[in-house]
Write a protein that binds this ligand. Structure first.
Ligand SMILES: NC(=O)C1=CN([C@@H]2O[C@H](COP(=O)(O)OP(=O)(O)OC[C@H]3O[C@@H](n4cnc5c(N)ncnc54)[C@H](OP(=O)(O)O)[C@@H]3O)[C@@H](O)[C@H]2O)C=CC1
Ligand SMILES: CC(C)=CCC[C@@H](C)[C@H]1CC=C2C3=C(CC[C@@]21C)[C@@]1(C)CC[C@H](O)C(C)(C)[C@@H]1CC3
Length: 439
């Protein structure tokens, strides 16, 4: 080995140390989630659709109809739909083109280990507006019944999104070995199953397009809204032109959440996924498959189980969502302002040896993750319009509680490393993790 190659290898090892600690229960856990996420996405469809009597159906039904068909070639062929595949590719290409041509400010992310900063173009919200405008024009021109293909070709789109997420994660994993890349501190164990799942390269990018933030906010989140609109169109087609109040609430809540997230795009760049995690299968499948096809479950359910709630129930559910959103947005804003050197509400804070201050009053004095509490309340409001006939439409809030509890623990560990004793002092001041007196 030449001395130049040796010194490059040495500086790479210093910049990208081997990961010595596993998260997510190591390679076994990574493998379980890798297989489990696509499995659950398909299962939520096959155990809860209009051909199935109850959601979920009896075990006998699953055994007789589903297990029997799984062994047939026909079943596996039905998962692929070439037209849906091309439409999905077209959708992804639309998002890339919109990113490239729509105007947007370039902002810098947090400082990286190599002293550099990643640049991000801010135009996720305008991409959503463009997609919504084109969809509205299409529906206006061709009628609501022409925008029901996302409902009709559901499984074909699921498979297309899954293929895209596998392809992206595999390419990112492969390219992370080429050249001098900045790796994620948690994704460089040397175990391919684990590193593929967590993501090896921290910020993979093509022609200035940062793949991690792009995937997190655009092709999946905006598709989730389009899916909801398609479900509302399918319901309107079936009900002779009207949609139920429950469907209106679900589409409104989801739409508002998505628009709010995209409008606050710069807030993403300080989050754990962007700052510490690599772009691996976890985020790729989470962004492209899980978010659009699982988060929209309530809207899909209301197509074949329409429900009229009436004014009182609708207003009550609306208030739950509004309260959740208020807590979510206010707490995220308090922290973002504070981290940007502003404290408009004069909130109390504690100094730390690391130099960064921690809020101890306002929402961040109520619990250590008040934003999770707001997000969970909204999740509950999204399920309530479907009534109490099935637990399946409450899947989102159950999964989300587990995701946020686990995310809170990961963050707690990271903060303990960052802040040392000061973090324990902070935990004594703000005792509750997410929901006061409960958790
Ligand atoms: N819908 C969905 O599927 C998902 C939604 N989310 C949402 O994303 C949002 C962001 O979540 P996430 O990034 O996990 O976590 P948080 O927004 O809670 O951020 C945690 C970080 O904030 C800083 N911090 C912690 N306590 C304080 C304090 N008292 N004062 C000031 N700064 C503090 C620390 O970083 P530092 O000190 O270094 O600044 C810590 O690492 C949440 O609203 C969550 O609900 C998340 C995952 C999935
Ligand atoms: C089961 C599985 C595959 C888990 C992967 C987790 C992902 C689904 C989530 C990890 C962090 C996420 C965030 C959002 C969506 C879900 C994923 C990708 C988010 C974009 C939702 C909207 C919010 O306002 C947000 C921008 C704060 C949020 C960021 C994190």
């Amino acid at each position: 080995m030449s001395s130049l190659t040796k010194s490059t290898a040495k500086s790479q090892a210093v910049l990208n140390p081997r990961t010595t600690k596993y998260e997510f229960m190591g390679p076994i856990g990574a493998l379980l989630v890798t297989v489990g996420v696509p499995f659950v996405t398909y299962a939520l469809y096959f155990t809860c659709n209009e051909r199935v009597g109850a959601c979920p159906p009896s075990f006998e039904y699953i055994y007789d109809t589903f297990f029997a068909s799984v062994t047939s070639q026909e079943f596996w062929r039905s998962l692929f739909d070439l037209e849906a595949f091309y439409m999905y590719l077209g959708w992804y290409a639309f998002c890339v083109v919109a990113w490239a041509i729509l105007p947007g400010d370039w902002v810098q992310g947090t400082e990286l280990r190599n002293g550099k900063r990643q640049s991000y173009k801010i135009n996720a919200f305008s991409t959503m507006l463009l997609a919504l405008g084109l969809t509205a024009g299409y529906i206006y021109r061709f009628g609501c019944q022409s925008f029901t293909f996302l409902y009709e070709r559901w499984i074909g789109f699921v498979t297309a999104a899954l293929c895209m997420s596998i392809a992206q994660a595999a390419l990112c994993y492969g390219f992370s070995f080429r050249g001098e890349k900045l790796l994620a501190l948690g994704g460089n164990t040397g175990n391919p199953v684990y590193d593929f799942y967590i993501g090896r390269e921290l910020n993979p990018a093509i022609f200035g397009l940062d793949l991690k933030s792009f995937n997190e906010l655009r092709p999946g989140m905006i598709l989730w809204l389009l899916i909801d609109i398609s479900m509302a169109c399918e319901q309107a087609t079936r009900l002779g032109g009207r949609i139920t109040d429950s469907m209106a609430l679900v589409v409104l809540f989801h739409g508002f959440y998505i628009a709010d997230s995209l409008y606050n795009e710069p807030g993403l760049f300080t989050m754990m996924d962007i700052v510490t995690d690599g772009f691996g299968f976890m985020l790729s499948v989470g962004d492209l498959l899980w978010v659009p096809f699982v988060y929209s479950l309530q809207a899909r359910y209301l197509v074949f189980r329409p429900k009229d709630l009436g004014m009182a129930a609708s207003a009550a559910i609306f208030l739950v969502n509004a309260l959740g959103w208020y807590i979510f947005r206010e707490s995220n804003n308090e922290k973002n302002d504070f981290r940007n050197g502003k404290n408009p509400k004069n909130l109390k804070f504690m100094e730390t040896k690391r130099g960064t201050k921690l809020l101890t009053s306002g929402w961040w004095g109520v619990s250590r993750h008040p934003n999770y509490m707001g997000d969970l309340l909204m999740g509950l409001a999204w399920s309530l319009p479907t009534g109490f006939d099935t637990p399946v439409t409450y899947f989102y809030i159950m999964y989300f509680a587990v995701l946020l509890a686990h995310r809170g623990m990961r963050d707690d560990e990271a903060c303990e490393k960052k802040y040392g004793d000061d973090w324990n002092r902070y935990k004594k001041l703000v005792k509750w993790r997410i929901i006061p007196f409960i958790y």
